[in-house]
Design a protein around this ligand. Structure first.
Ligand SMILES: C[S@@+](CC[C@H](N)C(=O)[O-])C[C@H]1O[C@@H](n2cnc3c(N)ncnc32)[C@H](O)[C@@H]1O
Length: 96
């Protein structure tokens, strides 16, 4: 598996679909922004979504763990989208 962080940054993203999911679907699943929970963004890529979409949707989150299997994605995220509440981690969700 290989995903190129720089190439990914140049591609259009389905932001409206993502916002619909965050604003309409997650509340129906019982998620809300009031709980001081730890959230996880699996497959965070270069971190733009983590910082500018997920974190604002959950303003009281204690920590957002943003994980990606690709070290280059996490390196990009740490440089481009650092945030005190986000911990960027290289990890494969298929590993045990
Ligand atoms: C389409 S990108 C989405 C990036 C970001 N969430 C966004 O919306 O901009 C998918 C990401 O999932 C990561 N990924 C794929 N399989 C994974 C796995 N098994 N564990 C962790 N990350 C994975 C890829 O490296 C890639 O960065």
């Amino acid at each position: 598996m290989y995903f190129d962080a720089e190439l990914y940054n140049t591609m259009d993203k389905p932001w409206e679909t993502i916002l619909y999911f965050m604003n309409k679907t997650l509340p129906k699943l019982g998620w809300n922004s009031d709980k001081p929970e730890v959230a996880m963004d699996v497959g965070s890529g270069p971190g733009y979504l983590s910082k500018y979409y997920i974190l604002p949707a959950f303003p009281n989150v204690k920590k957002l763990i943003a994980m990606d299997a690709m070290p280059n994605m996490i390196e990009e995220a740490k440089v481009r989208h650092p945030h005190s509440k986000i911990e960027y981690v290289v990890a494969n969700m298929e590993d045990r």
